[in-house]
Design a protein around this ligand. Structure first.
Ligand code: SF4
Length: 287
């Protein structure tokens, strides 16, 4: 295989995703989310570049692959600005439809709504991340990503065409975007758009992303350091917040999702909080 590979090659112990493939049409991501993990394993993480001869090689991969959902993308955003002209992700969707592969899209970009014609004509679930409705806070967390209101409009546009949409409220960072009243406002908005699932997880600290988070939220740096470097749990070298705190944050969000009757799941937390049938929305591919 050239570009298609099995999702989660590291067999992360807390991952509950059904088996699927993963593909990234682009390398690098321009959103520069301060909490991002790719900076620990991708050189020049914030420079978007196309993969060489992507569509031709991807088609070859698909011809050899088993029929399984394809997740796009997990180490970048499949809709960087350049996709507007390049249309590589759109080309990948056309191939997936032609070869009969269901697709799970993960993005923070409203450009995904451009492809609603294809997405509505094949088994697809689009996961759009929204970590807050507060534009100023979003600008600090995801400085170069489209603001939350554009992402909400994209959800509306996809839903109009009957595309299934999950929203990832992810990550929740203690003391930053976990206020229950703000989360309730967000979930209420998502409910009015008839979002099909909410997926969430808590922030995990790695040296480089922690430096960025602590640098932007200086007034919370000491509090976060204590949570992630003194009271933390360690899973495969990744610093998690203590289990009780993670449970409290995510249970509070689950309760709000229940209030609005939206199926809920957590991602890589090892906590029994799911009401949705799959953690990544893939069950909706077959509904
Ligand atoms: S969208 Fe994802 S890959 Fe891109 S910078 Fe943000 S967290 Fe990283």
């Amino acid at each position: 295989m050239y570009y298609l590979h099995l999702f989660d090659p590291w067999n992360f112990p807390l991952c509950t995703c059904p088996t699927k493939y993963s593909v990234d049409p682009y390398t690098g991501c321009e959103h520069r989310c301060i909490y991002c993990y790719i900076s620990s394993y991708i050189p020049e993480p914030w420079r978007v570049r196309e993969k060489r001869d992507f569509l031709r090689k991807f088609e070859r991969d698909l011809k050899k692959a088993k029929r399984m959902p394809v997740s796009m993308s997990n180490s970048s955003d499949p809709y960087p600005k350049v996709e507007r002209e390049k249309r590589i992700t759109r080309g990948a969707l056309e191939l997936l439809r032609r070869y009969d592969f269901p697709v799970l899209i993960l993005t923070k970009s409203d450009l995904v709504a451009r492809d609603r014609d294809i997405l509505s004509s094949m088994p697809s679930v689009v996961s759009i991340t929204i970590t807050t409705l507060d534009e100023n806070l979003a600008k600090k967390l995801e400085p170069f990503a489209p603001p939350p209101d554009r992402r909400l409009k994209a959800i509306e546009s996809l839903k109009e065409k009957g595309v299934k949409v999950a929203v990832r409220i992810d990550p929740l960072i203690p003391g930053i975007n976990d206020s229950p009243s703000d989360l309730r406002d967000l979930v209420k908005e998502l409910s009015s758009l008839e979002v099909n699932q909410i997926i969430s997880s808590t922030y995990k600290a790695k040296g480089d992303n922690f430096k960025r988070v602590a640098g932007v939220f200086k007034d919370k740096a000491e509090y976060l350091r204590e949570i992630y470097y003194e009271k933390n749990e360690l899973v495969r070298g990744i610093r998690y917040a203590p289990r009780e705190l993670r449970f409290k944050m995510l249970k509070s969000l689950r309760d709000i999702a229940d209030e609005f009757s939206i199926p809920f799941s957590v991602c890589r937390e090892g906590l029994e909080l799911n009401s949705a049938r799959t953690c990544d929305g893939s069950h909706m591919l077959y509904e």
